[in-house]
Design a protein around this ligand. Structure first.
Ligand SMILES: NC(=O)c1ccc[n+]([C@@H]2O[C@H](COP(=O)([O-])OP(=O)(O)OC[C@H]3O[C@@H](n4cnc5c(N)ncnc54)[C@H](OP(=O)(O)O)[C@@H]3O)[C@@H](O)[C@H]2O)c1
Length: 287
């Protein structure tokens, strides 16, 4: 099962690894982090989502990217795996703040190239739109980085339909990464997932099993628990399978800090849900 990232032929497996839990507060030690990446790649995974700001604070920028580069090099698998990173946030004192200025995007991109140990980033995503910066200026920085060959494809994250249309008027957009899971179905309701399909954009679903803090809620949901019992699997695998059934351009990126979590998630690619299962999840209360 594969997902296209864009029309230029880059294809990735239908479930990626969200690497954020390997580098933020509560992160595992380096050997456990390595084993998560090893488990994912050994099981056939070939898309890892990261960001310069997956770290503890501004003094730790690039932690996640360095970890991934180290792991893929140690495994001898660097060329097989698409590593998608992001720029446009900062981490002062461990907070998450937005900075979409062209200057910061350029610095961030150079730092990410160094942290990843590469000459070109396959997919570079704007982490969030900065309301204090003209969006066209932010886009201009990404377009310049692409023209210089530092990034191959541009992606957007945390955007609405209007921002996607604005960006498309200026450049090709390979991916959109937004929060999407059974309790966060807004992008299905407002047409954004369909818009991405129409425009040939891969929709990357982040926090697909409920989020860094919400995944236990998903595990405890009665409907998902019932479907998990019916299909003899975990509620998380049900949620991921539901996302995959909702569109062949959807790429969920479950996070994991333990090998067991990502190994449990990947078989969602082979799980077939019945239409009634999917409709029941569609009707789940949100919020
Ligand atoms: N663009 C953005 O603004 C943005 C925001 C948030 C996240 N993201 C990206 O999206 C990725 C995923 O989002 P997320 O980490 O926030 O939330 P998530 O994937 O919904 O949940 C992650 C947590 O769920 C647990 N989990 C995952 N699969 C499981 C399974 N099959 N069984 C049991 N537990 C399971 C993991 O636990 P363990 O830790 O115990 O393994 C993990 O810590 C991130 O890693 C990051 O790459 C992007």
């Amino acid at each position: 099962m594969q997902r296209e990232i864009d029309r230029s032929g880059l294809r990735v497996k239908a479930i990626g690894l969200g690497a954020m839990p390997l580098s933020i507060a509560g992160r595992p030690g380096p050997e456990q982090a390595f084993r998560v990446i090893e488990a994912f790649v050994d099981a056939g995974g070939n898309f890892i989502d990261t960001a310069n700001v997956y770290c503890l604070d501004d003094g730790d920028i690039g932690h996640n990217e360095r970890l991934i580069a180290y792991a893929l090099t140690r495994l001898g698998r660097r060329d097989e795996v698409v590593v998608a990173t992001k720029g446009g946030l900062r981490r002062p004192r461990g907070e998450w703040t937005v900075d979409g200025s062209p200057e910061w995007l350029r610095v961030s991109c150079e730092q990410s190239l160094a942290a990843l140990g590469t000459d070109v980033i396959t997919l570079y995503q704007l982490h969030a739109v900065d309301p204090a910066v003209d969006f066209r200026e932010t886009l201009g920085a990404l377009i310049a980085l692409k023209a210089e060959g530092k990034i191959r494809h541009i992606g957007l994250s945390n955007v609405d339909a209007g921002q996607i249309e604005t960006a498309l008027a200026h450049t090709a957009i390979a991916s959109v990464q937004n929060r999407c899971n059974p309790f966060s179905q807004g992008d299905f309701k407002n047409g954004l997932v369909d818009l991405c399909k129409t425009r040939g954009i891969t929709y990357i679903a982040y926090s697909p099993v409920g989020g860094h803090f919400g995944y236990q809620r998903l595990g405890a949901d009665p409907l998902l628990a019932r479907l998990a019992a019916k299909h003899a699997c975990s509620p998380q695998r049900i949620a991921l399978s539901w996302l995959l059934h909702k569109g062949d351009h959807i790429l969920p990126i479950p996070g994991a800090s333990k090998p067991a979590s990502i190994l449990d998630s990947l078989p969602a690619m082979d799980l077939t849900l019945e239409p009634s299962d999917i409709e029941a999840i569609d009707r789940l209360p949100r919020g």
